[in-house]
Design a protein around this ligand. Structure first.
Ligand SMILES: Nc1ncnc2c1ncn2[C@@H]1O[C@H](COP(=O)(O)OP(=O)(O)OP(=O)(O)O)[C@@H](O)[C@H]1O
Ligand SMILES: [Mg+2]
Length: 152
C-alpha cells in the first residue's frame, strides 16, 4: 500500500502519468478508481492514458459507460469505464463483455456492480481532503502492480 498526495488538478494528472509509466509494459492491468464525485478520477485517468501512449483527449465516458482508445502505435488498447450510471441497475454488467483482450483498463465507480472485481487489480482510493487537496491510497491486489506501487 502507498499513500500519495496532490494539491492541484495538474498534480493529480502528473501522479496518474507517473503510475502509468510504471505500468505501461504490463500486458493487462486493471486500475479501479474509488472516490466521490469530483475527487479527480477522470483527471487521474488522463495522466494514465498519456503515459500509456494515448494521444487522443480522454474525457469522462459517463453517458457511454466505456470508451476505448488505441495507443499511438496502435499496438495497445486503453479502456476507460465509468460505471456511475449503472446505479441501481443490478449486477448483469459483466466487465468481461467489454474487455476482450489485453490492455490498461481503468474503472471509475468500480463498486457500483457486485462481483465485478477481477483477480488482479490496482485499487486507487481518492480522498478529497480539501477543495484542492487529494489523498491517493494505492493498493495492489494480485501480481502485476506490486512493483509499481513500491516504486511510486
Ligand atoms: N488536487 C486536485 N486533483 C484533481 N482535481 C482537482 C484537484 N483540486 C481541484 N480539483 C478539481 O476537481 C475536479 C475533479 O474532476 P474529475 O472529473 O477529475 O473528478 P471525478 O472523480 O472523475 O468526478 P466524477 O465522479 O464526476 O466522474 C475538477 O473540477 C478539478 O479542477
Ligand atoms: Mg469522472
Amino acid at each position: 500500500m502507498k499513500i500519495k498526495n496532490s494539491n492541484s488538478e495538474k498534480g493529480t494528472e502528473a501522479l496518474g502519468y507517473e503510475l502509468g509509466l510504471l505500468l505501461k509494459n504490463e500486458p493487462k492491468i486493471v486500475i479501479l478508481l474509488d472516490g466521490e464525485l469530483g475527487s479527480g478520477k477522470t483527471t487521474f485517468t488522463k495522466g494514465l492514458a498519456k503515459a500509456y501512449g494515448v494521444t487522443q483527449i480522454v474525457n469522462s465516458p459517463t453517458y457511454t459507460i466505456m470508451k476505448k482508445y488505441k495507443t499511438n502505435d496502435y499496438k495497445r488498447t486503453f479502456y476507460h469505464l465509468d460505471l456511475y450510471r449503472l446505479d441501481g441497475v443490478g449486477s448483469d454488467f459483466d466487465l468481461e463483455e467489454y474487455i476482450d483482450g489485453q490492455g490498461m483498463i481503468v474503472v471509475e465507480w468500480p463498486f457500483q456492480v457486485e462481483d465485478l472485481l477481477p483477480r488482479d487489480y490496482l485499487l486507487v482510493k481518492i480522498n478529497k481532503t480539501s477543495d484542492y487537496e487529494r489523498e491517493f491510497t494505492m493498493t495492489c491486489v494480485g501480481y502485476p502492480c506490486k512493483r509499481a506501487v513500491d516504486y511510486i
